[in-house]
Write a protein that binds this ligand. Structure first.
Ligand code: CP
Ligand code: NVA
Length: 299
């Protein structure tokens, strides 16, 4: 089923039915199903920030699909030396079949999509990480249940914001606990409500995890926030996902990775049977391969 959207900038660029079909396709591709549509296709990958999972999963994924991915780091292309983003977009669109971009400002990925004459995929901005959400939903489907309740405990930025909307689209119940000054953008809850999920965010992690099947967290110091490290560490005191917070629950633990052990999560929790993090990381590739064939491929 080709997608109606031209670009994938956040999770609700697809419909709930398209999301469900993408997850079905991801599971089938994980089980070995192949798709010939991207043989010889090229994906340009722009990175303003570092990456392990996003870079390797997209590059390996394109190879598995019979195509090719091109890493374009900040020092590799003229974008890092003053060429405007819209010019970069127009030129890349003349060469490649799709662009995946990891940028700081969400508005920049929108500019990229406006000017590039090819599909654009958001590989993380400060506001959203929809490819992570695809993998997360596949992981929950495989290991817990689509009737799961997930407690988001931690920062209210990119990974959490896309996850709440995606969970709403998939019918997953979500509780959200963030420090008062690091909550999600209220528009996230409005978007979740459009899919029937009523979220009442709290500043109390213990209240959020009560009855949760999964506790999901992310780093406290996101890429680009190193200069506010001390004030964020103080604000997130009490939000660590550790054995005390999980005591009395059978909850699994999710984390998009990279993890900062001893800050948002403890080593013993990440190394325990509760952790779904390695499945999440693997599922990035399967979920993205489904997205790539449906967004870039032609019927
Ligand atoms: N989860 C995630 O996007 O990881 P990377 O920063 O390693 O790509
Ligand atoms: N919130 C983190 C996610 C990394 C995948 C960051 O933006 O650095």
């Amino acid at each position: 089923m080709p997608l109606a959207t031209d670009d994938f900038l956040d999770i609700d660029d697809v419909t709930p039915a398209e999301l469900d079909a993408l997850l079905d396709r991801a599971a089938a591709m994980k089980a070995g199903e192949t798709d010939p549509r991207l043989a010889d296709a090229t994906l340009g990958m722009i990175f303003e920030k570092p990456s392990t999972r996003t870079r390797v999963s997209f590059e390996t994924g394109m190879t598995r699909l019979g195509g090719h991915a091109m890493f374009l780091g900040p020092d590799d292309i003229q974008l890092g030396h003053g060429e405007p983003l819209k010019d970069t977009a127009r030129v890349l669109g003349r060469y490649v079949d799709g662009v995946m971009a990891r940028l700081f400002d969400h508005e920049d990925v929108e500019v990229l999509a406006e000017y590039a004459d090819c599909p654009v995929i958001n590989g993380l901005t400060d506001e959203a990480h929809p490819c992570q959400t695809l993998a997360d939903l596949l992981t929950i489907r495989e290991t817990v249940s689509e009737d799961a309740t997930v407690a988001w405990v931690g920062d209210g930025n990119n990974v959490g914001q896309s996850f709440v909307v995606g969970a709403a689209m998939a019918g997953i119940d979500v509780e959200v606990a963030t420090p008062a000054d690091y909550g999600m953008n209220p528009s996230v809850f409005d978007r979740a409500a459009e899919f029937g999920l009523d979220v009442e965010p709290t500043t109390d992690p213990e209240a959020a995890v009560e009855g949760a099947d999964v506790v999901y967290t992310d780093v406290w110091i996101s890429m680009g926030q190193e200069d506010v490290r001390d004030e964020k560490l103080a604000a997130f005191d009490g939000f660590q996902v550790n054995s005390d917070l999980l005591a009395g629950t059978d909850a699994k633990v999710m984390h998009c990775l990279p993890a900062h052990r001893g800050e948002e999560v403890t080593d013993d929790v990440l190394e325990s049977d509760r952790a779904l993090v390695w499945d999440q990381a693997e599922n990035r590739m399967h979920a993205q391969n489904a997205l790539l064939v449906e967004l870039l491929g032609e019927e």
